[in-house]
Ligand binder design. Structure first.
Ligand code: FES
Length: 368
């Protein structure tokens, strides 16, 4: 008979089928490994933000967390070389009569190394000053082979007008100048696996999406997005960006945090092809879901329609259109005015129900 402190978790034949598995014994989650003919157990809860280690994989002697890939030795519980001080609890395991037993009193305890928080994680405090307009250009082109872009040119027109005539602060980010990874769908592993700041941003210092996050979350009052129409949708870089901005929306879901409070979004949509309405719907849906406000008439657009195949004429039409240039100026003017009202607290704040999916109030960040 086993000692009273041992808990039976299954048969050897069954448990040795998998090199790593999550075992739950009451309140205790274990990552049980089977390697070189031996069982070992460490805590099944990752030191990072609690990912299920037993659902990861065994890579050599290390258990790799499935959420953000931290590694812990499958026997000692220690982090990988250089991070040995980051350690998850270990448990004694024994085999008797073809059955596997675990002592749920840890042999070694969990230890965490102090961590530096990412700069983007700081509180969101709006610095004093005039309304700030961020232009996000999403069209793709070879950086050292520049050409005319209808969407870029109207965005630049709007920013110049905001700076020179409205005396606002402006900033332009061209997504094509940034090197950033595609969203890897951490949210699909578990809601908590999608973090703010973005998991990729925290893990990969070479990823330049942090510049967009910094500008959108910590700097801008107005977010002015320009896009071409490509096959009836926005540009591929636009979608790549907003997929990475899932972490902003996800904070509403998992932490009741509204990171884009008091922000106004507006759009410039230019296409030789048609489907302005579809693209506008895509853009507005996303920015509505991250809690942005829209001015009246929140986008300007131009399209010559489905049968217009001579794109060079589209460019010359936009270049020569005073109406579109004035439209871009008026758009940024409307958006900035809406932002001013919000920044000055002249618009009533209402409880923010999440897109009709779950009616609860969000705790917003202080905006200073
Ligand atoms: S690496 Fe395990 S939870 Fe993030």
């Amino acid at each position: 008979m086993p000692d009273a402190t041992w808990t039976e978790i299954g048969s050897v034949d069954e448990l040795k089928q998998r090199p790593l598995q999550q075992i739950v014994c009451g309140q205790t989650k274990l990552a049980l490994s089977y390697k070189d003919g031996r069982f070992a157990a460490i805590s099944g809860v990752c030191n990072h933000i609690g990912g299920p280690l037993g659902e990861g994989r065994l890579e050599g002697d290390y258990v790799v967390c499935p959420w953000h890939y931290w590694k812990f030795h499958h026997r000692t519980g220690q982090g990988e070389p250089g991070y040995e001080g980051d350690q998850v609890a270990t448990y004694a395991v024994k085999v008797e009569d073809g059955r596997v037993f675990v002592d749920l009193t840890p042999v070694t305890k969990r230890q965490k190394l102090p961590k530096q928080s990412h700069p983007l994680a700081r509180p969101i405090v709006r610095a004093d000053g005039p309304v700030r307009v961020l232009g996000l250009a999403t069209t793709a082109m070879t950086a050292d082979q520049p050409r005319f872009s209808a969407s870029d040119s109207l965005l630049e027109e709007a920013l110049a007008y905001a700076h020179e005539h409205l005396q606002l602060d402006t900033q332009l980010i061209k997504l094509r100048d940034l090197s950033f990874r595609a969203c890897e769908g951490f949210y699909s592993k578990a809601a908590e696996a999608c973090t703010w700041p973005c998991s990729i941003t925290q893990m990969d210092p070479t990823d330049q999406m942090d510049r967009v996050y910094e500008a959108v979350v910590h700097w801008a009052d107005v977010i002015l997005v320009s896009t071409p129409i490509r096959w009836g949708g926005a540009s591929s870089l636009y979608y790549k960006m907003v997929e990475r901005m899932n972490c902003i929306q996800n904070q509403e879901t998992i932490a009741n945090r509204h990171l884009l409070k008091n922000k106004v979004a507006a759009f410039i949509i230019m296409g030789g092809q048609d489907n302005v309405q579809g693209v506008a719907g895509q853009l507005m849906t996303f920015f509505a879901e991250v809690g942005c406000q829209f001015p009246q008439f929140p986008f300007i657009a131009h399209s010559r329609g489905w049968s217009a195949e001579d794109m060079e004429r589209n460019n010359s039409e936009v270049q020569n259109s005073r109406e579109l240039r004035e439209g871009a100026q008026a758009l940024v003017g409307r958006a900035a005015e809406m932002a001013r009202l919000m920044v000055e607290g002249q618009l009533a704040m209402h409880p923010l129900a999440r897109g009709g999916r779950k009616a609860h109030q969000l705790d917003s960040e202080p905006t200073g």
